[in-house]
Ligand binder design. Structure first.
Ligand code: CP
Ligand code: NVA
Length: 309
């Protein structure tokens, strides 16, 4: 595996499948109450330039469960928020901790941080990508449906960091993914080109449409996310108007497989991107997705630290 975990496109199909398998092993060990402490003596630095509930908790609690520790660093408290450069922050933080996760805005900022860090860096969300979430989602699908193959996955809504990450996951793994976004909220062009390139080898079946019904038709998985992501607060009204026809509601899910599962990275806004009747229904697996963040991320940490043996 690569030194850092910044994008799913940096991973091979085998790497992702191994991470999913390892996540399952870690989950079983934790659930069985085994004395499993492969991260004893390991400290994770956690830099947040945006808010978080799940990412912070899953990384921090996960480290502690496997015998390690974590240090939470909000940009409101550290010198990064007062103008210390990202390069200097990376050089310094990596002198104190063994591995770092960072949540930030521009993807280039994460890449710059990783360039100057002397320890492994994990992308905990940028404006462009959220790979840890999709790893957890893939693990959740595997758990629920038994396989990632021969199922149609539909992403409906904003062409944001989640949609981009799904494109790369599908492209690397050779999945069947249909993405429906309004034309003015489309996925990132460079990510799409990369996904198309990767799909040639993996034989992924990727469809991009502006028609939510077309995307959802026959889908076993329906995925959506917020209409205005962190940092897009000023565009909220405009995006809501464009995305209203893309709500996952009782009308839309009629087109899906009758046993479809509903997924959402959370936080959710009931009545906006999803109707309460869907996210709170028996089709919804959103709480499993949130829990599985812990195991998927621990799998990434163990691999990056060479502690997976
Ligand atoms: N899904 C997710 O990353 O949630 P948080 O923003 O709460 O970390
Ligand atoms: N697209 C959302 C995901 C939050 C986990 C955002 O970036 O705010």
């Amino acid at each position: 595996m690569a030194k850092h975990c910044l994008s799913l496109a940096d991973l091979k199909k085998e790497d992702i499948l191994n991470l999913i398998e390892l996540a399952g092993i870690i989950k079983a060990k934790i659930k069985n109450g085994e004395d499993y402490k492969p991260l004893r003596g390991t400290i994770l630095g956690m830099i947040f330039e945006k808010s978080s509930t799940r990412t912070r908790l899953s990384f921090e609690a996960g480290m502690k469960r496997l015998g390690g520790d974590a240090v939470f660093l909000s940009n409101r408290d550290i010198q990064l928020g007062r103008g210390e450069t990202i390069e200097d922050t990376a050089r310094v933080v990596s002198r104190y901790v063994d591995i770092i996760m960072i949540r930030t805005y521009e993807h280039a900022r994460l890449e710059l941080f990783a360039k100057y860090s002397t320890v492994p860096v994990i992308n905990a969300l940028t404006d462009l990508l959220h790979p840890c979430q999709v790893l957890s989602d893939l693990f959740t699908i595997k758990e629920r449906l038994g396989s990632l193959n021969n199922i149609k996955i539909a992403y409906v809504g904003d062409g944001n960091n989640m949609a981009n990450s799904w494109l790369l996951a599908a492209a690397v793994l050779g999945l069947n993914l249909s993405v429906a976004t309004p034309k003015d909220c489309s996925v990132n062009g460079s990510v799409l080109s990369e996904a198309v390139k990767l799909s040639k080898e993996s034989k992924a079946h990727i469809t991009i449409t502006d028609n939510p019904v077309e995307a959802v038709k026959g889908a076993k998985v329906i995925y959506t996310d917020v209409w205005a992501s962190m940092g897009e607060e000023s565009q909220k009204e405009k995006k809501h108007a464009l995305l209203r026809p893309y709500q996952v509601n009782r009308e839309l899910v009629k087109y899906a497989d009758k046993d479809f599962i509903f997924m959402h990275c959370l936080p959710a806004h009931r009545g906006e991107e999803v109707e309460a009747e869907i996210i709170d229904s028996e089709h919804s697996v959103v709480w499993d997705e949130a829990e599985n963040r812990t195991y998927a991320q621990l799998a990434v940490i163990l691999k990056l630290m060479g502690r997976d043996k």
